[in-house]
Design a binder for this molecule. Structure first.
Ligand code: NAG
Length: 537
């Protein structure tokens, strides 16, 4: 056998090992790291620092995926933690790494044969950096692309910053990590991927009971940032925060490695998590459910039931006949809210007990006994259908692909997409609505439903030149909104009473301005997002 055949044989042996042979499940201690081998047919071997809890190497099918300059970790790394490892034999074999600090415990678990790092994060206080997230920093050379939204959040090669240090211009398109977000209720898996072999690395979140913000909250999921491709599980943050953070056990959540397509939520099995002895874990037997019927959700809108208290949050979609069943919930008393799509139409309270199904029905209390003179949009808690509403989730309002923000909307002849989804004080304020009335209606109400206010903005209205009373400033939500693809806030609804005599038979004009004492950059000027505008008697 000549040297080149020996060489070929060696290559053959290596490729057999990589694609087929089962690696040995287990762990070793080496160089101040724990090296864990998941024993999977697509080998997953990763290394965790015994002093910081950082993941500093991830080899999947023999390929290193971990970025070298920074680790993958909870928050921005724990710095120092007490790190321990154990092997557990239950219904399967598990290896559990536990990293303990004074207020946070990070668990990383493998189950024999899975190419998955299962994680959970127990906190007794919000991390000092003000947000709770896991970040995997991976190699862009191996994993350049992002799923499901493609390169909208790929800031590699950015030529300049458009806003802050998180919205950039790449090939004349605005890009930001914020444009990778998905509503919690819609989350399946989000991934980064690449290679001729197509390796997918995905985060899957079977539930977000300890997160914050409810079913419609969205946060950063991925970002090819050039140096590293970052993959996140954001559990809470100040990115348009609408409720207090929760402590306790967050997760389980999965970082799954695959070369046979995109893994999904349906395939995620965490039923065995109770065998791990995690602090804060509440088993299925210690939980209860709520089921019932929701009524009053208009056809064409999705009914969503949302349960929340200071310890936990859950949600369920209603079926077409209004029936719903909650996930398994921790015992306690919850506020129970009903939405039509995202617009709140009822709120009540329900108590959940372990091992029980509680029946609780909920009915819309949102009155529809109005005589509408015109209605622009729907009360769905979203700017859907308005101008640029089809784009703003994935690009900045200054992007050249956006349609012009300025427009006049004429009731009866304009398309819904002629009505701008937002009014920015320095860009397109006021928004003008023209309409014709057959006769003077007497006193009327103009209802402006909004989804999110930025910098204290609220609508100031004129009716045929008459200035309506200025609403007081809404509760401020910290940080930016529409400019980073966010629309969900407190959803203020403003009713303006229009005295008799202001609306006339024939042509009428209403203007809606963004009112605020402060001013700012073009798109960072005070702004709010429209949900629905209706004139009624
Ligand atoms: C995303 O951009 C990267 C460059 O950063 C490129 O390698 C990759 O092919 C792009 N992915 C898609 C799906 O266009």
């Amino acid at each position: 056998m000549g040297p080149s055949s020996v060489f070929q044989l060696a290559i053959f042996a290596i490729s057999c090992y990589v694609s087929g042979a089962l690696a040995a499940f287990g762990y070793t201690s080496s160089g101040a790291n724990y090296i864990v081998d998941a024993g999977s047919s697509n080998p997953l071997v990763f290394s965790v620092s015994q002093s910081s809890c950082d993941i500093n190497s991830i080899k999947f099918r023999g390929t290193e995926l971990q970025y070298g300059s920074q680790g993958s970790h909870i928050s921005s790394g724990l710095g120092t933690a007490t790190v321990s490892i154990s092997q557990i034999t239950g219904s399967s074999k598990y290896i559990k790494i536990t990293c303990v600090t004074s207020t946070l415990t990070q668990y990383m678990v493998v189950r024999e044969g899975d190419s998955i790092i299962y994680m959970a994060t127990y906190i007794t206080a919000q991390p000092a950096i003000g947000e709770l997230r896991f970040i995997a920093r991976l190699l862009p050379a191996k994993l350049p692309s992002e799923y499901p939204y493609g390169n909208v959040s790929n800031t590699n090669g950015a030529s300049s910053a458009v806003e802050g240090s998180d919205v950039y211009l790449v090939n004349s398109q605005t890009r930001s990590k914020f444009y990778s977000s998905t509503r919690f209720i819609d989350e399946d898996s989000h991934c980064v991927y690449g290679g001729t072999d197509v390796i997918n690395v995905c985060i899957i979140t079977p539930q977000q009971e300890s997160s914050s913000g409810g079913p419609f909250f969205r946060d950063i999921d991925s970002n090819n940032a050039g140096a590293s491709t970052n993959l996140y599980n954001y559990m809470n943050s100040g990115h348009a925060q609408t409720e207090a953070y929760r402590t306790g056990l967050h997760g389980p959540y999965l970082m799954q490695f695959s070369r046979s397509g995109v893994p999904n939520l349906k395939g995620a099995d965490v039923s065995w998590f109770g065998e791990l002895g995690l602090t804060g874990y509440v088993a299925a037997s210690g939980r209860g459910t709520v089921s019932g019927t929701a009524s009053g959700v208009p056809s064409g809108m999705q009914g969503v039931v949302h349960w929340h208290n200071s310890a936990a949050q859950y949600w369920a979609k209603t079926s077409s006949n209004g029936a719903f069943t909650s996930p398994l919930m921790k015992p306690g008393t919850y506020t129970m809210v009903l939405y039509q799509t995202e617009f709140k139409i009822a709120s009540t309270s329900v108590t959940v007990s372990a091992g029980k199904t509680t029946t609780a029905n909920i009915a819309s209390t949102y009155s529809s006994t109005r005589k509408s003179l015109f209605k622009i949009g729907e009360y769905d808690g979203q700017p859907t259908g308005f101008r640029n509403a089809d784009k703003f989730l994935r690009m900045h309002p200054s992007d050249t692909r956006m349609s012009s923000w300025s427009s006049t909307y004429t009731v009866g002849s304009s398309a819904l997409s002629d009505f701008p989804m937002a009014v920015f004080q320095s860009v397109n304020s006021p928004v003008t609505i023209k309409f014709t009335l057959a006769s003077a209606p007497g006193a009327a109400t103009l209802r402006i439903a909004t989804t999110l206010s930025f910098a204290g903005s609220r609508p100031q209205t004129t009716v045929n030149g008459w200035a309506g009373a200025a609403p007081s400033a809404p509760t401020k939500i910290d940080s930016r909104g529409v400019t980073r693809g966010t629309y969900r806030g407190f959803g203020e609804v403003y009713d303006l009473s229009i005295p008799a005599g202001k609306l006339v038979a024939g042509s009428n004009t209403i203007t809606i301005s963004s009112l605020s004492g402060s001013s700012g950059d073009t798109f960072l000027s005070p702004n709010f997002i429209f949900d629905c505008v209706e004139l009624f008697t």
